[in-house]
Design a protein around this ligand. Structure first.
Ligand code: DX5
Ligand code: ZN
Length: 219
């Protein structure tokens, strides 16, 4: 059986008690944390960025799964390497062409991070196929990027299925991660289709019992 990874998105957590929130993640047995960087241009909202992480990352001992929702991802690669990101995922739609996608992946690897490529709901999954041999992760957005707490788009399941077939075909090591509207039901559907990583925000942090919600995602 595949190893299931849960990557809790702290976008909707209680920032006044961030330490407690991180403690909940750790106690639940989770090793990853998903960090959503929004620039107000690629998506309409602004969240947090590299300077915030510089203060935060020194205190946390998770696999830092950074999701860049920004224009010009190339200009941020070194900044996120400097603050200690482990996975750096950028958007296909933020690049002008395939050469730029390739160059950003190269730059991420050069800076000793794992490279992820994400696609918005309207982008065909085939767009990531040419890069599968170089990628460490593909992030399928199952909601429109830009905010937490939205409803899972079921058509994302077909994308996961097409992706896993291609990954097997080309013997890629890329993990399939799914982000947006994940709960106990949609999460199971994604895992059944072949997803490796479930990013969950509102489902985990929007309830009093984090552990119970976490367990419901993995069992
Ligand atoms: C949305 C972000 C997500 C978001 C997921 O743009 O990329 O990571 O926080 O949150 P939920 O699980 O609430 O949909
Ligand atoms: Zn995200």
């Amino acid at each position: 059986m595949k190893n299931i990874i849960i990557s809790p998105s702290i976008l909707l957590c209680d920032y006044l008690h961030l330490e407690n929130e991180l403690e909940k993640i750790k106690k639940a047995g989770c090793e990853w944390v998903h960090l959503d960087v929004m620039d107000g241009h690629f998506v309409p909202n602004i969240s947090f960025g590299n300077l915030f992480f510089e203060r935060l990352f020194t205190k946390i001992n998770f696999t830092k799964d950074v999701h860049l929702m920004v224009n010009d991802p190339m200009s941020f690669v070194k900044k996120f390497a400097k603050v200690g990101a482990d996975y750096l995922t950028f958007h296909y739609e933020a690049c002008k062409d395939d050469d730029e996608v390739e160059a950003v992946i190269k730059e991420i690897h050069k800076n000793k991070m794992k490279a992820g490529l994400s696609i918005k709901p309207e982008t065909p999954v085939e767009k990531v196929f040419p890069f599968l041999d170089k990628l460490d992760l593909v992030l399928v957005m199952s909601v429109e990027p830009g905010m937490g707490g939205q409803k899972f788009l079921p058509e994302s399941l077909d994308k996961i299925s097409a992706l896993i077939n291609e990954i097997v075909e080309v013997r890629s090591n890329a993990l399939i991660s799914v982000d947006g509207g994940i709960n106990d039901v949609t999460g199971k559907d994604c895992l059944n289709m072949g997803a490796d990583v479930l990013v969950a925000g509102n489902y985990l942090f929007g309830a009093p019992d984090f552990q119970e919600r976490y367990d419901s995602l993995i069992k």
